[in-house]
Design a protein around this ligand. Structure first.
Ligand code: ATP
Length: 369
């Protein structure tokens, strides 16, 4: 177990492609840190630099107090789990899990004990004598994890380990990885492009875009207080509604003009975000989470942020119903629980036939301007 520190880390590939710029991350001992971002943002490159599979162009990587820039991968004492499980097809599960230990010429009895302990943790005890071809995708993934576990590394480095599994298995294995990591308490860096995976697994989540770190924070903080528009739009499904408008009115009662309408900002929001006043007269983007947009009929209390919108599309997702509205040229999405939709069913559907409806944008603490 160990702390992993990246200071000013950058990567320029030999062909001149810059993949990572000035990455600073301090991952605590035992922490589960998820690196997330769209395809090509540099997350795999960052992980491979920690693993020693890619040369570090700039900055320093420190594992357990030791600068590892010039230390080869095999001596860094980290275990990598890849998206392709990289199992040896001709070896049994037992030999696949113990392979790294055999290479290091550990005594046979010790290897046996370690492999059996890992198999127990992973629920593979009954499959130790099988070949990988006779295993399911989820079981193969567990064998790959087993290989990492038996090495008792200072850190687990995982690169999209679940992306070859079907959706149901992915959710199952996600829970399993979380449990194993918690039980073993091994510092883990986990790369994914899937924000749900990031939010459910990470103690903290680091969001990257075009090689640069955008924000690193616990999942709920990313959701409630995204540092910029990119994070606001990337984290959350369905995505946060981002409406372009102008801050008008005066310092006591600033308003947001959006889509030809004017929203009052409640005083309690102003009390929390007094800096909003400094945006008076400027173009702003207002971010409202779908679950904070509600049908006006269903809202108790003051309705000062009322928007008139036109329902354009209803998507029934089983547990949720998503309703897409247009506010003049802008699109907004609301999210109802099934129950609410059932209670309001005639309303929601009725309003589709006569689609103009009044909405309330609830200014919660996580509404961003
Ligand atoms: P993905 O989710 O698609 O794997 P990623 O966020 O992991 O993407 P990287 O694989 O780290 O991104 O790639 C970051 C950038 O570096 C991309 O623009 C990619 O094309 C580039 N890149 C990756 N490997 C090399 C290489 N060997 N030589 C040159 N450029 C590379």
């Amino acid at each position: 177990m160990a702390e992993v520190d990246l200071t000013g880390v950058g990567k320029v590939y030999p062909d001149g492609t810059r993949a990572v710029t000035d990455l600073n991350l301090a991952i605590a001992d035992g922490e589960f840190l998820v690196l997330v971002g769209p395809s090509g943002c540099g997350k795999t490159t960052a992980l491979r630099m920690v693993a020693g599979l890619e040369e570090i162009s700039e900055g320093e990587v420190v594992i357990d107090g030791r600068v590892v820039n010039r230390i080869p991968s095999r001596d860094r004492d980290v275990a990598m789990v890849f998206q392709s499980y990289a199992l040896y097809p001709h070896l049994s599960v037992r030999d696949n899990i113990g392979f790294g230990l055999s290479l290091r010429k550990l005594p046979k009895a010790e290897i046996r004990t370690k492999v059996e302990e890992a198999a127990e943790i992973l629920g593979l005890t009954d499959h130790l004598d099988r070949k990988p071809r006779n295993l399911s995708g989820g079981q193969r993934q567990r064998v790959a994890m087993g290989r990492a576990i038996v090495r008792s590394p200072k850190a687990f480095l995982m690169d999209e380990p679940l992306s070859n599994l079907d959706a149901k298995l992915r959710v199952q294995m996600r829970a399993e990885i979380a449990r194993i990591q918690r039980d073993l308490g091994v510092t883990t860096i986990y790369v994914t492009h899937d924000q749900t995976e990031a939010m459910t697994l990470g103690d903290r989540v680091a969001v990257m875009k075009k090689g640069e770190l955008q924000q690193v924070a616990p999942p709920q903080e990313l959701y409630d207080r995204p540092a910029n528009l990119f994070v606001a739009g990337f984290i959350g499904s369905p995505a946060m509604n981002l409406l372009h408008g102008t801050l008008t009115g005066d310092a006591d009662t600033p308003r947001i003009d959006v889509g030809g309408q004017s929203l009052t900002i409640p005083s309690e929001v102003l009390d929390q975000r007094s800096e909003l006043r400094s945006y008076l007269g400027r173009d702003v983007v207002i971010g409202i989470r779908p679950e904070d947009m509600e049908d006006v009929e269903l809202v108790d209390g003051p309705q000062n942020a009322r928007l008139t919108a036109t329902a354009e599309l209803v998507e029934a997702m089983g547990s949720d119903v998503l309703v897409h509205f247009a506010v003049e040229a802008a699109q907004v999405v609301t999210e109802d629980t099934k129950e609410l939709a059932r209670d309001a069913g005639t309303d929601v559907l009725g309003k589709l036939e006569a689609p103009r409806t009044d909405m309330v944008a609830r200014f919660s603490p996580r509404t961003r301007v």
